[in-house]
Write a new protein. Sequence first.
Length: 163
Amino acid sequence: MSIVKNEAKLKNPILKAIREQLEHRALWLYLLCDEAGKLGLNWEDFGNPAVSRCGISQGTELVKKGGTDSLKGLRKTLFTKAAQWVFEMDIVKSTDTELFIDFHYCPLVKSWQKAGCTDEEIARLCDIAMCGDHNIGKCYGAQLDLPKCIAKGDDICALRYHK
């Protein structure tokens, strides 16, 4: 039995449609990793650097868009009200140097669950996907800690950016 618990509470049709798009992208990641594994490649050996590059690209654009490397700017540009609804987020703390967010739902994890991934695969895929978030943080001069993670059986994902 899976240790991963991940059920949306907000079920608005628009949120459902947005989540399905995110799930589809997460399915790509899983299928790419699965095919690479069949070729003898380690998922993390190519997934981590690829998703890190994506995070750097996105983070660079977000800093430019917001005009600041303040973590308040990151909240305003990436963790918008729409994103907060999709991921059922709570902004716990938002200052120039700290941004703490609790995610109560993850469409990526839901996609991997639907695909029949094991708990170990879900955790690995999450670690790869989080390379993007870590590198977005670096663009803001911040480090990201993840003391809790839905993909690893916790009740929330606790993202803790700090400078």
